[in-house]
Design a protein around this ligand. Structure first.
Ligand code: ZN
Length: 77
């Protein structure tokens, strides 16, 4: 994914890190410091394909342990 302009507000996007959160059925997963493309104006964020694959692996892992609340840093994932 290579977004240069926010499709919502048409401002220029920046590279940074963001919080990723997902519901795991019975639990919640929060991953900090995820590399992302971010719109500084409206706060919309996008993760690239490689990052999504890693996030899915983290989610699968948390789900398999039936974690209720899992908070991890992306670097450690
Ligand atoms: Zn925007």
């Amino acid at each position: 994914m290579n977004i240069k302009q926010c499709p919502l507000c048409h401002n220029e996007v920046i590279l940074g890190t963001a919080l990723f959160s997902a519901e795991l059925g019975e639990g919640v997963l929060i991953v900090k410091n995820v590399p992302a493309t971010i719109c500084p104006v409206c706060g919309e964020k996008w993760f690239d394909h490689e990052t999504m694959i890693k996030l899915e692996a983290v989610a699968d892992n948390a789900r398999s342990r039936h974690a209720l609340i899992e908070v991890v840093a992306f670097d450690a994932a």
